[in-house]
Design a protein around this ligand. Sequence first.
Ligand SMILES: *[C@@H]1O[C@H](CO)[C@@H](O)[C@H](O)[C@H]1NC(C)=O
Ligand SMILES: *[C@@H]1O[C@H](CO)[C@@H](O)[C@H](O)[C@H]1NC(C)=O
Ligand SMILES: *[C@@H]1O[C@H](CO)[C@@H](O)[C@H](O)[C@H]1NC(C)=O
Length: 336
Amino acid sequence: MAFLPSWACVLAGCVSAALAGASNLSDLYPPLWNESPGQFFNYKVENGKYVIDPWVFTDRMGLYKILLNQTATYFEKFAPENEQNILWGLPLQHGWQYSSGRLVDPTRKTNCGYESNHLCISVDSWWADMNYFLSVLPFLAALDSGIMDISADQVTLLPPPKDQAKFCYDVSGCRATFPDIINEWRTFFQHMQTSSITFEQLLKYLWNAHVASLEVSIKGFEDRYTYYSKEEANFGQNWAVSVNYLAASRVPTTLIRTYNFQKGLPPRVLTSADVAPFISNFTGLQNFVLVALDVIGDLHRYTGSLTLNIWKILMMTQAAREKFLQFFEMVFSAAS
Ligand SMILES: *[C@@H]1O[C@H](CO)[C@@H](O)[C@H](O)[C@H]1NC(C)=O
Ligand SMILES: *[C@@H]1O[C@H](CO)[C@@H](O)[C@H](O)[C@H]1NC(C)=O
Ligand SMILES: *[C@@H]1O[C@H](CO)[C@@H](O)[C@H](O)[C@H]1NC(C)=O
């Protein structure tokens, strides 16, 4: 059991060391966090319901802000200031999508997401569509689990300008259309509320739900790939595959840790001229991550799910996950 103290430290992120540089946790919050609604009454009310437009960046980010706020109490026991809330991974990822230009209309037929309309989230953006299932659905599942101060039928989402049938708009609709996703997220939120739950167990339920969201959404938006360069489309697919490996390793998606991991992600949409590891204005880490994702993506495609199944077996023990996480962190701290 000698690994326990160090594992506890690894999981806690050894906050002081990892924080080096950022003296204020709010510096790590995603873009426009302060401008996003943090409470229900910041949204419009119509016919007794809060009306939220998830195709506006601040409205969608506001869902996360409420979610992080309402779940903070369950993560207090792990660290102060909500730093160990493992839901941070979601808004930070969405913030990266925004700041790297991945939420704009890739067809350029509209100005959605561009300068004069920069808060607009395009329904033609592959990233935005995938994220819908990792923002609206977890949010509605949380609402359905009774952890918010309002009842489940008091929130409704506005539809995008097209492809309305690919999404769902309120708790009952989402339960009916995407029962597996809602159930997995509900399971996470239910376990979160039990006082005996460990951090590791919570990570397991979180990643199960995350993977459930991706499994459904990945099939629904394949037509979007054609709007991007081959490099960007491949990156998106590789990223979606690799998330399964991160899930099996139960990477803790806490605030500081996710912030540091994201330094490895490409800061803008890839063009056909971008050949990793030779993208001149990307960092060494960003180039390395693109190559690594490519290798994982290729292995996955050539071996079917065999590689992932082997990885899942390897990652079955806590000791193995600890080693992987330490290795992962070493790569990131050495390269950044
Ligand atoms: C952290 O930053 C926020 C926003 O910039 C500021 O309001 C707050 O006072 C800062 N806290 C500390 C401890 O510096
Ligand atoms: C949650 O939001 C309320 C209202 O804005 C605020 O007073 C409180 O400090 C927030 N809690 C956390 C943990 O962020
Ligand atoms: C990065 O490099 C590409 C290709 O060399 C170039 O088109 C782009 O303008 C550069 N971007 C920045 C921010 O320097």
